[in-house]
Write a protein that binds this ligand. Structure first.
Ligand SMILES: Nc1ncnc2c1ncn2[C@@H]1O[C@H](COP(=O)(O)OP(=O)(O)OP(=O)(O)O)[C@@H](O)[C@H]1O
Length: 436
């Protein structure tokens, strides 16, 4: 069983006209770093709130770190959440506590010994780059610093999983890089990260697993995925880019395997006329020196605008529909309601080790996607024809697009000359001519 397992999960909110999630199958392994993307209302926050057990499934099953979430009693929810850190877009710090106290509080509520807290808090604050700011109050922090405190608090008991809903949503691009750096470092310690985001630059630079939701269904699950989907924004630009990216990746695979790069004189597989170089990640000094660039270095190099990507552009802002983040309230209340039996496990940190086999990723329902797309093209020297076909396809499309543009332009010029305003105009004149 994976660390996080969703089997045929559906969620229908009361009075909702359609399910927020529908028949979702998903497996996330220990140590994965997963981006959830999709338009506003696609179901990202709902998925996170189900994992946090803020909401219950309407159908299906969720297992997290060996816990069957359907069977966890309300009384045990707070204990379950101790194995999960959560980070919100708006930080949710305790305003009347200092940085140090905010982080310490997360440990106090789970009964950690005072001496342990004293040794853990400085370490965690150092890990997120806040040494020296221990005595600041939240209102004395920048947005980036406040989010670092929130991450420190989430990470203080070294949870197995961190769930983050738009953690960079309120931050400028440069500050966002710092936050991603911290999350990436935490992920390298083995903590699984599931992060909902609308930030195109982050997703495209970090090249992690990308899961795309659309109307409550998983429609894409890609390792080293990109933000944009050609599926739901099938305009020429995106379709073209996605096809070219596929071609580029194949070429890159060949390059990395043969230690050669496209454009090299002695690389006979590169017969394409498309300028693929501009879609290909630039090599940095680090890479030139033979060292692999890490995700955050790539992000720092690519971040320019904090662009929210097509979903952000096409739909209402995330804040408008953000549903996640009511915190521990409901479970705390449930805890207070049910005081008949003390929680035996209270005060213990969850450090269960789950052995994780490697199940296949969620399969995309064919009813949503139609026939499954062809798998990515293999390296050219393994299947030269496929590779060349992919590139040729992209080239042909570019040419067709160019021809269409020129025809349209020519038509407009002709119309301008003849005084016709559009095609209907022309049709009317033709009709008149025909009638004559
Ligand atoms: N508490 C709720 N009651 C009723 N409907 C809800 C509730 N929360 C979410 N929904 C609906 O469920 C669907 C999924 O919403 P959700 O917030 O999960 O989307 P999202 O992908 O996280 O969006 P965003 O990117 O804006 O945060 C939407 O149609 C939303 O209106």
């Amino acid at each position: 069983m994976a660390l996080i397992d969703l089997d045929h999960v559906s969620k229908v909110y009361d009075h909702a006209s359609r399910p927020a999630l529908e028949d979702v199958n998903l497996h996330i392994n220990r140590g994965d770093f997963v981006f959830l993307v999709g338009a506003s209302g696609a179901g990202k926050s709902t998925l996170l709130s189900l994992l946090l057990r803020e909401e219950k499934v309407s159908d299906g099953e969720i297992h997290v770190a060996g816990n069957d979430l359907h069977r966890i009693s309300n009384r045990h929810v707070p204990h379950y959440r101790r194995s999960i850190g959560f980070v919100f877009q708006d930080y949710k710090l305790l305003e009347n506590k200092t940085v140090w106290e905010n982080v310490a509080f997360a440990l106090e509520v789970i009964g950690t010994k005072r001496s342990t807290i004293k040794s853990i808090v400085p370490q965690v604050l150092e890990a997120v780059g806040l040494t020296g700011k221990e005595n600041r109050m939240p209102h004395e922090l920048s947005g980036g610093e406040a989010q670092r405190v929130a991450i420190a608090r989430a990470y203080a008991n070294h949870p197995q999983i961190i769930l983050a809903d738009e953690p960079t949503g309120n931050l400028d691009p440069t500050t966002s890089v710092g936050i991603m750096e911290v999350l990436e470092a935490i992920n390298r310690t083995g903590t699984t990260i599931v992060m909902a985001t609308h930030n195109e630059e982050i997703v495209n630079s970090m090249r992690k697993r990308v899961i795309e939701l659309h109307n409550g269904r998983i429609v894409r699950d890609e390792e080293n995925g990109m933000y944009d989907s050609a599926l739901y924004f099938p305009d020429e630009d995106v379709t073209q880019r996605s096809r070219l990216e596929q071609a580029v990746r194949s070429v890159e695979k060949v390059s990395s395997l043969s230690n050669d790069y496209i454009g090299d004189d002695d690389n006979e597989t590169t017969t394409e006329t498309v300028d693929l170089e501009r879609f290909k990640p630039h090599k940095t000094e680090t890479e030139e020196n033979g060292n692999e660039e890490n995700a955050v270095e790539r992000l720092a190099r690519n971040v320019h605008t904090g662009r929210t990507g097509r979903y952000g552009e096409a739909f209402a802002s995330a804040e408008d529909t953000l549903t996640w983040g009511s915190g521990l309230g409901d479970a705390d209340a449930a805890d207070k309601e049910d005081t008949s039996d003390d929680d035996d496990n209270a005060g213990k940190m969850s450090d269960d080790i789950v052995t994780v086999p490697q199940p296949p990723h969620a399969s995309v329902p064919e009813s949503v996607l139609g026939p499954a797309p062809a798998p990515p093209a293999p390296p050219a020297f393994l299947q030269t024809e496929t590779e060349q076909e992919t590139v040729a396809h992209a080239t042909t499309d570019l040419q067709a697009q160019e021809t269409a543009k020129r025809t349209e332009k020519a038509q407009q010029l002709e119309n301008a000359e003849t005084g016709e305003t559009d095609i209907t105009d022309r049709a009317d004149k033709d009709n008149v001519k025909d009638g004559e």
